[in-house]
Design a protein. Structure first.
Length: 385
């Protein structure tokens, strides 16, 4: 594998695996509990997992996205739960990419040490009811009133919303050339005019909690603005979606590794005789998991390089395609072998498939644009030549 896994990263992976076995794999209630397991969250903080990618000067470990991809894969493959890992992933992504990446000195010093210790969790509030995160349809606004902003609107499907102490709210602050301009605001959960809904009842990726928030004349000072006024969508929202896609590759790979492990255990327990065709399916599944692992690590390493890679989008799209192929292979094997699944297999498969469905329509649009770009390049060549 071209992506370098240092000895330090290898030792870190072993540490994460031990934690996952000790604290996660033994918790059979994680898929069914309605409350968030703060006891596990606290132990994650004690193991520095909640500050993994937060810079050392702000109390974190200062690790990169590759370390995060490895940790996400390992937590799921050894801990057997994707939901708690999704919450961990979003906790770090909001802290590292948004607050560390766009916050000023005061904002970083105020929030990042608490995030690294697990004393604070932040949630991004971009999507809205009936609109998703499409910029054309977002309505939440921030109107200036003196030296303050008044925020009004509704946000939904906030991962970690019910446990968040801080919301990164994306709001319309103007219009330019017929396009809305968006600004990000750091809004504490106790801000006047902010109401957090009861947690949503979702049947996937539990125990990761989701909710909606409502903002009604919520006053925010100019010091609450995160990043450059009017540029939040292109600077934060779009890149954050791709960041999520990359970082979720790790947990998906970890989930598929666990799927394959469960299949082997069930085949042996049910004494199923494997035909050559069934062996071929298992071999294909293993090879797909290996390829997805390499893509996950390489995509994370591209993020760490801080350079533009022409292959980056192709890695994201191919990861989705290979993941679907892997799940088709799982279904085919189960049907052909007559394998009787158990609850663990059902829940894990359900979570993997739901994860793959997230932003699927956006992925299709990007795939189409990638194909269109081939003809644009050809036309450019003909004109310039």
């Amino acid at each position: 594998m071209a992506t370098a896994i240092t000895k330090k990263l290898g030792l870190f992976q072993e540490k994460v695996a031990r934690f996952a076995v000790r604290e996660l794999a033994c918790r059979n209630d994680l898929h069914s509990i309605d409350r968030f397991p703060f006891d596990i969250w606290e132990k994650m903080g004690q193991q520095d997992l909640l500050g993994l990618t937060i810079p050392r000067r702000h109390g974190g470990l200062g690790e990169n996205y590759l370390a995060m991809a490895i940790a996400g894969e390992t937590l799921v493959s050894h801990g057997h739960n994707m939901g708690i890992v999704l919450s961990w992933l979003l906790h770090l992504a909001v802290g590292r990419f948004l607050i560390c990446g766009f916050g000023n000195k005061d904002q970083r010093e105020k929030f990042l040490p608490r995030i690294a210790r697990g004393e604070m969790t932040a949630s991004i509030a971009a999507s809205e009811p009936g609109a998703g995160a499409h910029p054309k349809y977002l309505k939440t606004s921030a109107i200036t009133q003196g030296n303050m902003y008044l925020l009004n609107g509704e946000k939904t499907y906030l991962t970690n919303g019910p446990i968040a102490d801080l919301f990164v709210v994306i709001a319309v602050t103007g219009e330019e050339a017929g396009q809305k301009r968006f600004t990000a605001f750091l809004v504490p959960k106790d801000a006047p005019g902010l109401t957090v809904s009861t947690p949503m009842k979702l049947n996937f990726l539990r125990p990761s909690p989701h909710c909606a928030i409502t903002l009604q004349n919520c006053p925010m000072p100019a010091s609450a603005v995160l990043g450059i006024r009017g540029s939040a969508y292109q600077d934060m929202v779009r890149p954050f979606r791709e960041l999520e896609d990359v970082l979720m590759m790790g947990p998906v790979v970890g989930g598929m590794k666990r799927q394959l492990e469960l299949i082997v255990e069930l085949v042996q327990r049910q004494k199923i005789s494997l035909t050559d065709e069934l062996k071929k399916d298992l071999g294909q599944l293993q090879s797909l998991i290996h390829c997805l692992k390499i893509i996950s690590y390489e995509a994370a390493a591209m993020l760490d390089s801080a350079e533009i890679h022409s292959e980056f989008l192709s890695l994201l799209l191919t990861s989705r395609s290979l993941s679907r192929n892997a799940q088709s292979t799982v279904r085919r094997f189960i049907t052909a072998s007559g394998l009787k699944e158990n609850d663990d297999m059902d829940r894990l498969t359900h979570d993997i498939r739901h994860t793959m469905d997230i932003a699927e329509n956006i992925a299709r649009i990007k795939q189409k644009k990638l194909g269109e770009s081939l003809f644009l390049r050809e036309e450019t060549y003909e004109i310039t030549s």
